[in-house]
Write a protein that binds this ligand. Sequence first.
Ligand SMILES: *Cc1c(COP(=O)(O)O)cnc(C)c1O
Length: 405
Amino acid sequence: MFEANSDYLKLPGSYLFSTVAKKTNAYIAAHPDAKIIRMGIGDVTQPLPPAVIKALHKAVDEMGCAETFRGYAPDLGYEFLRKAIAENDYRARGCNIADDEVFISDGAKSDSGNIQEIFERDNVIAVTDPVYPVYVDSNVMAGRTGEYDAKTEKWSNVVYMPCTAENGFCPAFPERTPDVIYICSPNNPTGMALTKDQLQAWVDYANKNGAVIIFDSAYEAYIHDDNVPHSVFECDGSRTCAIEIKSFSKNAGFTGLRLGATIIPKELKDKDGHDLYSLWARRHGTKYNGAPYIVQRAGEACYTDEGKKEIKEMVGRYMHNAGFIKDSLAGMGYEVYGGVNSPYIWLKAPNGMTSWEFFDLLLDRAHVVGTPGSGFGPSGEHYFRLTSFGTYENSVEAMERIRKI
Ligand SMILES: *Cc1c(COP(=O)(O)O)cnc(C)c1O
């Protein structure tokens, strides 16, 4: 039996954001006049697009009218939204995805945390290192741990695939063959995106080894380069080895509204022959009662011409910040990554400093809060994450202060 007070608390990710908050609050208490600029959070700041607000208002009014009131949503999502997603995000890009292969949810965090439920407990999980902590924590909490090695702080059933500047932040195939592989591209936290060839190589590897790729496309809207795929389903053979998890948070600003989707091809099986489509449909229908009607209408509005245009503008503003931050830091001599197909800038702490030493330095000397790379996994040590989700003014001010350190 898994002990709630022990194993999963050993994860590097589990302390990260609470430690950042604790240190920041202690600093503010000691320096009440310091004007802190927060570049650590992975949350958007711009308000929802007008097309979304309009759709919300309309749907709210429908709910107050006897003829158009809706009760429980269909388990797997309203047809109008499943169709809009399948058509715009997949078929328009040449991906063969049917409407009923799209499962609507309340977001990519829950889906990426829950998806492990449809895999066998003894499955070996591969994650990139650094990693979005949810992938590791959810598997460890489910008991998919094997042996814990205190020296390396690793579990035998969780395989870490280091991503550093040395391999261009693209993981190499692990020595031990995994059953489930989590890939997030464009990546949180490194900001790097896999090219079509790189992702195709992973799809081929998964098919050859009977593994399943869980592809997190939360930052798809930030892709700028033509050779970076927006979906794993752009790769040949992906229908027999991949699941994709989508979010409306970082593109359309739904972090507080909550909406996401998971795409599972009907023929997808794990290595034991389990039908993953049916398992997820059953899991979803049993433990979840659907995203709210009004929110699903808001999601549909993202695919109207007006919605698409407004989202593009919003993402463009964040990317303007990202480019500015990246160029400024590079100009100061920092080693910088990301910021081109991603709102995240991943930099190397100068002079061999650890991630936390650099955190303290930025907080103390520039009053800028970022996120220490080591919190995302051992290979994140000596790296640091800044986000472009703030305002342009704050991004400019932060760079001015960092320049003066
Ligand atoms: C922000 C983020 C999510 C969370 O998305 P929600 O839809 O808001 O739950 C998922 N995956 C990654 C990698 C993220 O950074």
